[in-house]
Structures are given as structure tokens and as C-alpha cells.
Design a protein around this ligand. Structure first.
Ligand SMILES: O=C(CO)[C@H](O)[C@H](O)COP(=O)(O)O
Length: 222
């Protein structure tokens, strides 16, 4: 079994009947959706809140009952992937372009579990270019302001076209040398006009389930 699938199946063990689950995005989460759908067929009663159009489509196809975020009274548990996880369980996310909705859901969850293969575990964030969602209007000027923080922002493309997020925005992939202070960088970027959200998820993760060569490594916050 692939490590991503192993991590995903380990996370599903934390889902209990009656829960409302935040469904993250990405290939690791897709394995989690498959495992969850199996549990639902066996009689588990849960509702999911999807964090992207792609997740919503797959969840519907697999028969996972869904509710809209605005209708939910609580999210008991969110399970999501990540592009990088540092030793303080701070994350870079947004490789799939779903960072805004992911963050809205992940931050609202009582518990957040991140599922990754071990290649995502790093000492410092920054090897993976940081995704920053920006408003299309004046994006070039926003990119100039972001560059002043020490990176080289690149407009994300999908084939030849500009990549458009589920929120109809653009994404700038920002290569920093090393992100030593993720919280501070996140705050600076958030104060930059034109920025909608950053892919830095700080102080949100409760547990990381990382799989390496068939072995699970679980890390907890604190
Ligand atoms: O943040 C994300 C999407 O916006 C994904 O969770 C992240 O890119 C990890 O994806 P994968 O599980 O496919 O490696």
C-alpha cells in the first residue's frame, strides 16, 4: 500500500459515527475519502464538509453525505493533506490551489489531523514555494509587494491558462529561501493589499500522521 494511503487509512480510525468531518483536498485526502466511503457503506453515520470543488465531486461520487459549511453547527474533526510540515507542526498548503477553503474549514474544526507521506516532513518550511491566493485585479502590483518580503512570486498556470481558484482568484507561488518565522511571514503577507490568504497554516494542527515505507509516525501538538 502506498504511504499516502496508509496515512489516510490511519486517520479514518479517528472518525466516529455522528461526527461532522471537514474534508480536505489533494491525493492523500482522496484515499481518506475512499476509506471513509467504505465505513459509510458499513453503516457509519457521518456528514462531510468539502474544502474544494474537486473534493466535493469525489465525495458525491463515493456516496459520502455532505452538508454546506454555512449549515453546519460544528466540525468535530478535519482531515487534510499538506505540502510541507515542520517540526512545530506548522504547514505549507495550497499545492492543489484550495488553501482558502481548506483554511476556513481546518480552523473551525475541533481537531485537525494532517495526513502526509514522510517526504513532506521538513525541518524548516520553504523548499516548497508558498502558495498565496490574491485578487486578480492588480495582481502584478500585489506580486511586487509580496516580492519585497524576499521571494520570487510566480503566477500559477494550468497548462497555458492562468490557474483560477474555486474562489475565482489567482495564486502566486512564492519561492522563499527558508521560512524561519512562518507566523510572522503569514501576518506580513495578510496585511498586504490584494492578498486573500496564505498557504501558511500556523498553530492549527493537532496531529500529524506521516507514513514512511509502510510505517506510521504520529506527532501531536505541544
Ligand atoms: O493543500 C493542498 C491542496 O490545496 C493539499 O492538501 C496538498 O497540496 C497536499 O496534496 P497531496 O496530498 O496531493 O500531496
Amino acid at each position: 500500500m502506498e504511504d499516502k494511503q496508509l496515512a489516510a487509512e490511519a486517520a479514518v480510525k479517528y472518525i466516529q459515527t455522528g461526527m461532522t468531518i471537514g474534508l480536505g483536498s489533494g491525493s492523500t485526502v482522496n484515499y481518506m475519502l475512499e476509506a471513509l466511503a467504505k465505513r459509510i457503506k458499513e453503516g457509519m453515520d457521518v456528514k462531510g464538509i468539502p474544502s474544494s470543488v474537486k473534493t466535493e465531486k469525489l465525495a458525491r461520487k463515493l456516496g459520502i453525505p455532505l452538508i454546506g459549511y454555512s449549515k453546519a453547527t460544528k466540525i468535530d474533526l478535519a482531515i487534510d493533506g499538506a505540502d510541507e510540515v515542520n517540526s512545530s507542526l506548522q504547514l505549507t498548503k495550497g499545492g492543489g490551489g484550495s488553501l482558502v477553503r481548506e483554511k476556513i474549514i481546518d480552523v473551525a474544526a475541533t481537531k485537525l489531523i494532517i495526513i502526509v507521506d514522510y517526504s513532506k516532513m521538513v525541518t524548516h518550511l520553504g523548499s516548497f514555494p508558498l502558495p498565496v491566493e490574491v485578487v486578480p485585479f492588480g495582481w502584478e502590483k500585489t506580486a511586487e509587494r509580496i516580492a519585497a518580503f524576499g521571494c520570487n512570486p510566480k503566477l500559477r498556470k494550468s497548462d497555458q491558462d492562468v490557474f483560477i481558484s474555486d474562489n475565482h482568484n489567482y495564486i502566486l507561488d512564492c519561492q522563499f529561501d527558508l521560512i524561519e518565522q512562518p507566523e510572522q511571514l503569514h501576518e506580513q503577507l495578510k496585511q498586504t493589499v490584494g492578498v486573500v490568504e496564505t498557504g501558511l497554516f500556523v498553530n492549527m494542527t493537532d496531529m500529524v500522521i506521516a507514513a514512511k515505507n509502510g510505517i506510521i509516525d504520529t506527532r501531536h501538538r505541544g
